[in-house]
Design a protein around this ligand. Structure first.
Ligand code: EPU
Length: 306
């Protein structure tokens, strides 16, 4: 690993690679151990070199966006965590079309659209995180997903190539995107919006109103589980008596049962145990296996099987 670090660092004079970097400040749940190596390249070129070298060396790679939907384990996370936080530019190609870096924050994009009188992403009001993470998980609400606005996506592939895909060549479904299968980094996307109409503001307000029924104030990672087809994970968890369940400082919100909160000093293992407990309760009472929406990165055991 020392060799790898030296190789990486000498090939990347403009990107600092740090060791033993705490992950909890980088994740909205505020939990997680330390990354053995951590880097946040400031250009797609630097990201390309770094990702290629790490892949060639068989070094485990974890790509981190806004940290709003992930859970790293406690302790040392072997390998390299590559953050997209410094890939954060937006370039307008036409009045309605922009090339946006993967690390660009969704709330910043919403602000940019409002200032430019553009619409189309009202459903994303209040969703945290970065564009890259949003595309990888097809983030959305109310039956809409980020994929609806995407024209093209640029990725760095495990074989070292840089690929530009038209959106038609990517398959999306509820909280799913084919780009998440296999190792690659989403580095940028071209998106097209539309001119806002007066009713768009009302639509946006209605999404914010629904968000208002979700917990805020305490650290969380959004919805813990995906909604099973035709059902609501929050409702199922509520009916299974999960609200208020806790492990250490990890607690299931009593406002919305699909949110796990860190009320102070929760460990990742507390969150994980609570996720499993909730899943088990729903399975025992309904026979439905909930699929986690939170991504478990760097866990060595097959950590989600109940
Ligand atoms: N419900 C309960 N008890 C609860 C929570 C919800 O009975 O503890 C009931 C509600 O009363 C409602 C139904 O379950 O009848 C659905 O709840 P809600 O309207 O809160 O929507 P949701 O399906 O739980 C989805 C997304 C959210 C998004 C909201 C609002 C998923 C898993 N969740 O929540 O997205 O913010 O709609 O648009 O798709 C996220 O992805 O991280 C997320 C939070």
């Amino acid at each position: 690993m020392r060799m790898l670090l030296n190789n990486l660092q000498s090939s990347l004079p403009h990107t600092v690679i740090n060791e033993n970097v705490p992950l909890s400040p980088l994740c909205t749940l505020g939990v997680g151990g330390e990354a053995e190596f951590f880097a946040a390249p400031s250009s797609i070129g630097q990201m390309h070199i770094l990702f290629n070298l790490a892949m060639k060396e068989n070094c485990p790679v974890y790509v981190l966006g806004g940290g709003s939907n992930v859970l790293f384990p406690d302790g040392l996370v072997k390998g390299i965590v590559i953050s997209t936080q410094n890939l954060n530019s937006i370039e307008w190609r036409t009045p309605i079309t922009a090339d946006i870096d993967a690390g660009f924050k969704l709330p910043a994009l919403m602000k940019e659209l409002r200032e430019r009188g553009l619409a189309g992403m009202e459903f994303a009001a209040g969703i945290p995180g970065t564009l890259g993470g949003a595309i990888a998980g097809n983030a959305g609400a109310g039956g809409h997903g980020v994929c609806e606005l995407v024209d093209q996506v640029i990725t760095i592939e495990a074989d070292g190539t840089i690929k530009m895909r038209n959106n038609n060549d990517i398959s999306y479904s509820y909280r799913k995107c084919s780009l998440s299968e296999g190792k690659r980094v989403i580095v940028s996307a071209r998106m097209t919006f539309r001119t806002a109409a007066p009713k768009d503001a009302d639509v946006l307000d209605s999404y914010l109103l629904r968000r208002g029924t979700q917990p805020h104030g305490l650290r969380n990672a959004g919805c813990t589980f995906k909604n099973p087809e035709g059902n609501s994970a929050g409702k199922l968890l509520d009916e299974a008596g999960c609200k208020g369940l806790c492990v250490g400082d990890a607690i299931v919100s009593d406002v919305h049962a699909n949110f796990i909160l860190n009320r102070g000093h929760a460990a990742s293992s507390d969150i994980m145990e609570l996720v499993k407990m909730c899943s088990q309760r729903v399975y025992d009472s309904t026979g439905i296996r909930l699929e986690p929406e939170i991504k478990f990165l760097g866990w060595s055991d097959p950590c989600f099987c109940v």
